[in-house]
Design a protein around this ligand. Sequence first.
Ligand SMILES: [Zn+2]
Ligand SMILES: [Zn+2]
Length: 294
Amino acid sequence: MILLRQDPLSGEWVSLNAERQTRPLTQAKACPFCPGDNTEVGHTTFDVAVFDNKFPAFQFPGTAEVVIYSPRHHDDLAYLPTDYAQLVWQVWKERSEALQKRNDVKSVFIFENRGAKVGASIAHPHGQIYAYPYWPPRLAKERAHFESHCPMCLPGEGDGSVLYENRWWRIEVPFAMRMPFQLWLRPVRHIAFLGGLTQEEILSGASLMQDIVRSYDSYFGLRTALVMALYQDIATGSPYHLRWDFLPIDRGQGKIKYLAGSELAMGAFVVDMTPEFVKEELAPLWARIHQEPE
Ligand SMILES: [Zn+2]
Ligand SMILES: [Zn+2]
């Protein structure tokens, strides 16, 4: 039984699953996301696979899908050959377009929980797609700010924190960052959802996404636990401007950013650094990344 409830105090929607299933323990030894007839993927060969999550932590009248980035158990999206990462982007784009056509879907959220610290229970490289029958609270709030003009296209105070920019994408530290070392990867062109991306934008975006995650790994000196989240709006004619948000939890060996009282109870984020600091810290890495021959 899936319950969709609107909080009478805040108006925010939540999904409650009364029949949460957990993966059978017998599967604990074999990876359910590796190729094979008897795994959850159900195919012996594939490059990138998408299927309905059979044991979603979260469920609703929309869908919850799993995207397996590679058949190889020890791969990592950030370190895959770039043409493979481009294929993953192509899949994200196609799923966004397919789910957009459904009447019961209002919002398509693509994300990856990278590392056990942010809840990835299976090591095999994968991400998820949630198709919500409502606008999740954060997106609902943001949409309202795009109605009269695009706050991302207007020149503003945040422009000082651009880490890298090419013809298609800009990487910046958000002006009002909510997490330490948070980064945005957003198209230069004003576009609301992945379905509208050109082939060139996909090629460039896929490799920049890899650069961002690699730059964290190199800066923190570990495989960074992070959430990578796509903010997009599938509504026809939406004035929204899409972006990828990178939210690292790790801040170095043994250092983790926990969400605590202010964030969890009030939704008020407290960050002990500025975007200028993040730019200064990461800029030398970016200079190095883009000196390397293509
Ligand atoms: Zn596996
Ligand atoms: Zn814009």
